[in-house]
Design a protein around this ligand. Structure first.
Ligand SMILES: [Zn+2]
Length: 430
């Protein structure tokens, strides 16, 4: 992975421009490094993607600077002082600043020009705030080629964001396949289940509901759900805390981009102009305030990041509350195996955090309907309209197993022009 992050398959200085589908760090994370290594073209994105990148890339730089500093300190302690023993961050905050200067941002559904022969269209991908599919309209040798990249495809009927919008007719499509082998559970029980967990934990047992959640997307979905419950008078009178500086900043960016909201949220805002704020909700940025929560005995809900409990303040909250049966840890997202969140999903009896084994006595509840990625049938719906005209479909962004499973599903629907490219493989398009 280290090698993968450090090396390019091309010379960044030779790249004219970059078109970015969305702000998630697995798509945008190396932009500052691209700039550091010689790229000086324009970065094209939607307005909200630019806003989110400004906080996510800075956060990424900070993590890398901290990691490098920690590693180098340990090397020095071991008595190693030569240059090779030291680590440099992939990029720093200064490189993020340089990268942000290169962004041009656009609205959805409007063609714009990035080269004399190439126009671009962003359609809403319904995945995270600002996410877009990208269509290139290329004029070459008197011919027009429509070339698409799905970006990450979201799910229909999710809160806050619009459903994924269809792309124009395409000749070629590069499509994600994250859940090419899986169907998600539907979501109508979400509110009921969330409320049940809160009532059982906070009202009956006077405990805490600890929710590990990604700062962008999941946190705002949860806050919006709680906001709606509060507006309906169904939320018990208990304090709710969003404890993560990044989540607080991300929520402010959500509020600044109502152009990305779906009809339902736009209508809700007619009765409640702030869907991410209510009386009992406190956003916490300062470390001291977060530490106070660690020792507090009050029944409350704490939403904190990271979603997999492998970093950030959530580690402290889980550490301090996991051994008490009156509390609940509510897992609302995917957690990689091997992370504390992954272990809790597997149902372990003890959990190692900060080098200490803690007994898992709190309830662990998993709600899986929050995924921001389309499942295999939703992906199929996304691809099917292109079946006739499309010359090739390239599957990316999924393990080989998932790509093969999705290719098989496509085959059942007579979509056979499918390629699973390997890293660095080249194709001619005509
Ligand atoms: Zn994504």
């Amino acid at each position: 992975m280290k090698d993968f992050n450090e090396k390019w398959h091309f010379d960044p200085a030779e790249v004219d421009c970059l078109v970015l589908s969305h702000a998630h760090i697995d798509h945008s994370g190396r932009i500052p490094k691209l700039v550091k290594d010689g790229f000086s073209g324009i970065i094209h994105s939607t307005h909200a993607t630019r806003s989110l990148c400004s906080i996510l890339l800075l956060d990424s730089a900070k993590i890398q600077e901290r990691d490098a500093e920690y590693y180098n300190k340990r090397q020095r302690k071991k008595g190693k002082f030569d240059d090779v023993a030291f680590k440099e961050p992939l990029y720093t905050g200064d490189h993020v600043h340089d990268a942000m200067e290169l962004f041009y941002s656009y609205a959805y559904n409007k063609w714009f020009n990035i080269h004399p022969n190439v126009d671009v269209l962003f359609k809403d991908a319904g995945h995270i705030l600002g996410s877009a599919s990208v269509t290139l309209r290329i004029q070459e040798n008197g011919k027009e080629i429509m070339f698409g990249f799905s970006g990450d495809v979201g799910r229909p009927s999710r809160p806050i964001l619009r459903d994924p919008q269809p792309m124009p007719e395409l000749d070629y499509l590069i499509c994600e396949s994250t859940y090419g082998d899986k169907e998600h559970s539907s979501a109508p029980e979400d509110f009921k289940q969330l409320l049940q967990v809160i009532e059982d934990t906070c009202v009956k047992r006077q405990g805490k509901v600890i929710i590990p959640a990604f700062s962008v997307g999941r946190t705002q979905e949860l806050v919006y759900m709680l906001d709606q419950l509060e507006t309906d008078g169904r939320l018990p009178e208990i304090p709710v805390y969003v404890d993560s500086p990044l989540s607080v900043n991300a929520t402010m960016i959500f509020g600044a981009h109502p152009e990305c909201f779906d009809q339902e949220l736009a209508e809700y805002m007619l009765i409640d102009s702030n869907p991410f704020g209510f009386n009992n909700l406190t956003y916490i940025k300062r470390t001291e305030q977060s530490k106070e929560l660690n020792t507090s005995e009050e029944a409350c809900i704490i939403i904190s990041s990271a979603g997999m409990i492998n970093a950030g303040r959530i580690k402290h909250h889980v550490f301090n509350n996991i051994d008490d049966p009156k509390n609940t840890v509510l897992i609302v997202g995917y957690c990689s195996p091997g992370t504390p969140g992954g272990y809790l999903r597997e149902g372990v009896d003890t959990l190692r955090l900060f080098g200490e084994w803690k007994p898992v006595r709190a309830n662990v509840v998993v709600m899986d309907s929050f995924s921001a990625h389309a499942d295999r049938l939703e992906l199929l719906d996304f691809v099917r309209p292109h079946k006739k005209k499309m010359k090739k479909l390239f599957l990316v962004h999924g393990t080989l197993k998932k790509q093969k499973a999705f290719k098989e599903l496509l085959h059942q629907y007579q979509i056979d022009q499918v390629e699973i490219p390997s890293l660095g493989q080249e194709f001619n398009i005509t």
